[in-house]
Design a protein around this ligand. Structure first.
Ligand code: 5AD
Ligand code: SF4
Length: 442
């Protein structure tokens, strides 16, 4: 019987996709997936360290395996991802959880197979954390778990050093994949029936500026969207300091590209943006949105916002609220600032007390939700094309998203996962839409 693996993933889309790559390596080695930890021969944690609570989750879940490992001494426990790449973290993990067998970083994910083989041949634990990024290792055998959606890395790493952020320390400098590798991957995915391709990078707009390739992001996007077939194209994340009109022109050219831009603003206050080292102002940000909407009036924007950054006054916070209302976001991911060791912001004066942070996040979430609810109401009676991506057992309904990422539910006797379904919306419930099928397309 084949050995079984179980992967636990924390964090962003980048990590979700990297878990698919890890799963690909495990399948190549003959492992099969199991949904139950207890049945696994190897349990792998793909960790995140962007905020403290992501780390705490991982700590809690790794710790909870102590008993299982005692019952099953041959069980392998591997920890990878951003947390292991953090300075000094492997020592802490080793001390706290001596039963971990393998640790590897984000910069040596592709070595996972070798590390498992090494561990099987020796008693000692295997720890391999690459210090500096190397050349990109192409790997096109990811075991994808999100049909009909597929994620495609176009670049790795980040050069921006926003003062709060640990990502540049754990993912190395920017390096772009060769356009021919990206295009081949997308062509294969489309031929295999994937219907939504999301191009991934920490800052997709700086694709090609690392001197490794001569293609700009706009050119790459144009080429991806020129591939034949009915499928959607998304991209994330765009950094406002680099979001330019050439990308919007490409969006205009191709209806395949969703009219949704994820443009993290982080704060609406110029003083805070400067302290965050974001390298744009509120005014420049609003100009970009105006430029986007002048070419694509139907376009929507989503964002990331941090509240409670060191030095944030009530006035700064209110400027964030004001900006949120002005932009009228389709949705927003809102975060409480989390102090990350080794970043510039961790050393700044004016760290904000927790009660103030909590108060601000609650007010902001309420504001964002009220905007989303208002937008939902506008959908009533309208026809909306969604890409069916799943079946909700509890609701007994299929579900999918429209191009703006809005979730739509509907009833169907037939399995429609992977089909474009046009719904007539008859109910809007907070952030979710409900409707009846008008049309189905492959
Ligand atoms: N604290 C809170 N939020 C953070 N983010 C990044 N670093 C931190 C931090 N230290 C948020 C940013 C980013 C998103 C992916 O996570 O908003 O855009
Ligand atoms: Fe972090 Fe800023 Fe890079 Fe985004 S752009 S990953 S927030 S440093």
């Amino acid at each position: 019987m084949a050995e079984k693996y179980h992967i636990v993933t924390y964090g962003c889309q980048m990590n979700v996709h990297e878990s698919e790559k890890m799963a690909g390596i495990l399948h190549q080695m003959g492992y099969e997936e199991t949904a139950k930890k207890e049945d696994a021969d190897i349990i792998l944690f793909n960790t995140c360290c962007i905020r403290e609570n992501a780390e705490n989750h991982a700590f809690g879940n790794i710790g909870a395996l102590k008993k299982l490992k005692k019952q099953k001494p041959n069980l392998l426990i591997a920890v990878g991802g951003c947390m292991t790449q953090e300075k000094g973290k492997t020592d802490i993990l080793k001390k706290k959880f001596p039963f971990i067998d393998i640790m590897f970083g984000t910069l040596n994910l592709e070595e996972l197979g070798n590390l498992i083989a090494r561990k099987k041949a020796q008693k000692k634990k295997v720890i391999e954390i690459r210090e500096k990024e190397g050349e990109i290792v192409e790997f096109d055998d990811a075991y994808r778990t999100s049909y009909p959606n597929a994620w495609v890395n176009i670049m790795y790493g980040c050069n921006n050093f926003c003062s709060y952020c640990i990502v540049p320390y754990v993912r190395g400098r920017e390096r772009s994949r060769k356009p021919e590798h990206i295009l081949n991957e997308v062509k294969k995915l489309v031929a295999a029936g994937y219907k939504e391709i999301t191009l991934l990078g920490q800052n997709v707009n700086s694709y090609g500026t690392d001197g490794k390739v001569k293609t700009s992001f706009a050119q790459l996007l144009d080429e991806v969207a020129s591939i034949e077939g009915k499928f959607r194209v998304r991209f994330m994340t765009s950094h406002p300091k680099d979001f330019t009109e050439d990308v919007v022109k490409v969006m205009e050219k191709h209806r395949k590209i969703c009219r949704l831009v994820h443009l993290p603003v982080q704060s609406g206050s110029n003083a805070i943006l400067q302290a965050m080292n974001r390298r744009y102002t509120r005014e420049k940000y609003l100009d970009e949105i105006a430029m986007l909407k002048s070419r694509l009036p139907e376009a929507e924007v989503t964002t990331d916002i941090i509240v409670g950054f060191p030095g944030e006054t009530e006035e700064d916070y209110l400027q964030t609220e004001d900006l949120v209302k002005t932009v009228d976001y389709a949705s927003a991911f809102t975060f409480v600032y989390s102090k990350r060791q080794g970043t510039k912001a961790a050393e700044m004066d004016g760290q904000i007390p927790e009660d103030i942070q909590k108060d601000r996040i609650m007010r902001l979430v309420e504001l964002v939700n009220s905007l989303t609810r208002k937008k939902s109401e506008k959908y009533l009676g309208k026809s909306v094309e969604i890409l069916c991506e799943d079946y909700d057992e509890k609701k007994g309904l299929y579900l999918g998203r429209d191009e703006f990422g809005r979730m739509g539910y509907f009833k169907s006797e037939k399995n429609l996962i992977g089909k474009f379904v046009t719904l007539k919306i008859n109910k809007a419930n907070g952030i979710s839409l409900f409707g009846e099928i008008e049309r189905i397309e492959d």
